[in-house]
Design a protein around this ligand. Sequence first.
Ligand SMILES: C[S@@+](CC[C@H](N)C(=O)[O-])C[C@H]1O[C@@H](n2cnc3c(N)ncnc32)[C@H](O)[C@@H]1O
Length: 265
Amino acid sequence: MNTDYLEINRRSWNWKTGQHIVSRFYDVDGFLAGKNSLNEIETNILGDVRGKSILHLQCHFGQDSLSLARLGAKVVGIDLSDAAIEKAQELNKTLGLDAEFICSDVYDLPNRLDRKFDIVFTSYGVLGWLPDLERWAGVIGRFTKPSGMFVLVEFHPVVWMFDPDFTKIDYPYSSQEPIIEETGTYTDMQEEAAIPTVNWNHGIGDVVTALIRQKIAVEELVEYDYSPYDIFHGAVESEPGRFHLFDGKMPLVYSLVGRPKNDET
Ligand SMILES: C[S@@+](CC[C@H](N)C(=O)[O-])C[C@H]1O[C@@H](n2cnc3c(N)ncnc32)[C@H](O)[C@@H]1O
């Protein structure tokens, strides 16, 4: 495995952050003006977050974390990219919110934070940056209160098997081998930039098994035939905010709810 993967990915995400904060996709002006960046899927699962403590893993530059803070949650967002965390802290200040942001690798978080949360939340494009899901699940277990909840909303692993035009299968559904690529970013779908990244494909079975092994009971697992984001070539919007591929015959997103398995249960 490329031991430099963290540094390669940090550089890539620092560059992407610069692109994203001026992109129409992230619409920072709209967000500052009051727009909630969360989608229906996670909003429905998270429910009423008022007064809840939430740890948001891989929060990017914080729009979802701050949307949760606006709804009354006490949020801590963490991310590997120092550029993303700086922007998140700036937005937090501009909006007069009380979210906290920490620049950290997910795996290093137990050395940086010592608290438990009502909800641990992570979403859309997060697992592929992590080589070891059991270690990731251990971090979730470490930070979730015994009565707490873990919420994952992620792109379905079948989408990462295809070439960018969805014409052929290029990658395995699940593999421990890193995929080393040079890519642009999803906010403009242009391939002009070529920034190195290192990522891994994890099947849903790997995710569920990692959580179970770390004593997180999977309570619900739902697959969706649409993505709320228009990031896949050739996707068709059937209704506002629902983008399908292959006439909706392919799953594009899944959500998972887990709860710590207390010893007495
Ligand atoms: C696709 S973004 C998540 C998108 C986010 N849900 C949003 O709506 O903006 C993935 C994030 O994972 C972060 N990341 C990648 N590897 C990481 C790691 N090892 N530890 C913590 N964060 C990491 C990146 O810096 C990036 O901000």
